[in-house]
Design a protein around this ligand. Structure first.
Ligand SMILES: Nc1ncnc2c1ncn2[C@@H]1O[C@H](COP(=O)(O)OP(=O)(O)OP(=O)(O)O)[C@@H](O)[C@H]1O
Ligand SMILES: [Mg+2]
Length: 413
């Protein structure tokens, strides 16, 4: 076992999903190596579509996840967590700002670039908190477009940034469940961007691609263009809709429908054995019944076709005229559904890849599943942005957030 040194840094990630809450604790040693030292998870209670509907239950959910992650670490890690957030209360926009106007040409130093990016933050908005301001391009002297102006000279500089924000009240309600467990919050990260950290390759970002994280009650969408996130949105449909459909069609409780979905679900009726049968337990005195796997696949196919239509609509509403060449990268627990890749390929003529955290040094195989993309991505995000804390605190969260966002937590350039 490696000895812990004072230079080791600890990071805690909490993915509070509508279906499952996962906490991961990681340690980065003096040589930069990441080691996962604790993983905990539990079924989420008190959250639906990213919105808190029961504060006490959600607090208990976070407690259970943190406690089970910490039991492996041999120490209490209370340095502050990076928390994933999602829901229709998350939105994005791209802003273009004139950041420098000078009569003499000026050299772009790292400090000047940082100042320019900071000056491009959007004006305060009473109802929303800004989660991220990510620089996506610089235009020098009206014609020289670059992603990295370091060392160049220019008289004028415009900065284009991708801004992700979240309704203040929804964020405040969610973070309460973390504070109530005596844990600070170092960063609130849009779950779509967190998942991207864990599953999207550099080439896919450069070619342009669409990340889809299908969770229990939401699907996060992030479009990448020319290497940067360019559009972020959330649609309020996840894999839970399938379970609800099966419960209604087969007249069975939700929990039984969930089991049937996981064990026998498929979204392509044409791909399942036409004669294979499933025994469905009886409910409220009714006899058990036998249904064909294909009959279970039919409503799933309808629901997922509708889901894909909404995803396509979500992508189109970004203003993008065609799907990017890097294609769709699909992750999240809902992407475990057999036949999903075939269904997408049947409807869209673009590359599709089912993705999970992979190729990350030291990542246990246990975490190499699509339902861990957000939690693992949050940890990678934390390591990448180390030292930059939003420092959300339980007391007067709003003034804290405003102060800190006016200078500290933003993307590094
Ligand atoms: N093999 C499977 N087939 C179909 N669905 C599956 C399978 N495995 C998991 N799921 C579904 O994935 C969903 C959970 O995924 P995930 O943990 O990514 O969601 P979440 O993060 O809790 O929710 P959200 O992101 O919407 O807040 C559940 O609805 C679950 O039924
Ligand atoms: Mg999720």
């Amino acid at each position: 076992m490696k000895e812990v040194t004072v230079k080791d840094k600890f990071y805690t990630a909490i993915d509070i999903g509508s279906g499952n809450t996962i906490a991961i604790i990681g340690r980065v040693g003096s040589e930069g190596e990441l080691k996962i030292i604790g993983v905990g998870g539990t079924v989420t209670r008190g959250l639906n579509k990213g919105l808190v509907d029961d504060v006490a239950e959600l607090k208990e959910t976070v407690r259970l996840a943190l406690e089970s992650a910490q039991q492996y670490t041999g120490r209490t890690v209370l340095d502050g967590a990076y928390v994933g957030v999602t829901g229709q209360c998350v939105s994005s926009m791209n802003v273009m700002n004139l950041a420098l106007q000078s009569s003499e040409s000026e050299i772009m130093t790292a400090a000047r670039i940082k100042n320019m990016v900071e000056s491009s933050y959007p004006a305060e908005d009473q109802d929303n908190e800004i989660l991220h301001v990510i620089p996506i391009g610089f235009t020098l002297d009206s014609y020289n477009r670059t992603r990295n102006p370091l060392g160049l000279h220019a008289k004028t500089v415009e900065v284009e940034s991708h801004v992700v924000k979240m309704e203040s009240v929804a964020l405040k309600n969610l973070l309460k469940s973390v504070f109530a467990n005596k844990m600070n919050v170092n960063g609130a990260v849009f779950q779509g961007l967190a998942a991207s950290e864990a599953v999207i390759t550099g080439d896919e970002r450069e070619m342009g691609c669409v990340l889809l994280d299908i969770g229990d009650s939401t699907t996060d969408i992030v479009i990448f263009k020319e290497g940067s996130p360019w559009y972020s949105t959330v649609i309020p449909i996840g894999s839970q809709m399938i379970t609800r459909d099966l419960a209604a069609v087969l007249n069975i409780p939700f929990s039984v429908a969930e089991e049937i979905k996981i064990k026998h679900g498929h979204c392509m009726p044409s791909m399942v054995n036409a004669t294979e049968e499933i025994i469905v337990p009886g409910f409220q005195g009714a006899n058990k019944k036998v249904v064909l796997t294909r009959d279970v696949a039919v409503p799933i196919h309808s629901r997922m076709t509708e889901w894909l239509r909404l995803v396509t609509q979500g992508v189109a509403s970004s203003g993008l005229r065609a799907m990017p060449n890097g294609g769709l990268i699909v992750t999240g627990g809902g992407s475990n559904l057999p036949g999903l890749e075939a269904l997408i390929k049947d409807n869209l003529e673009i590359p599709v890849r089912l993705a999970f955290p992979h190729g990350i040094k030291g990542l246990p195989t246990q975490l190499q599943k699509p339902e861990y993309s957000v939690a693992v991505g949050l940890l990678l995000w934390a390591v990448k942005h180390q030292g930059q804390k939003q420092n959300y605190s339980q007391d007067n969260i709003f003034s804290q957030i405003k102060n800190i966002l006016s200078g500290k937590e933003r993307m590094a350039v």
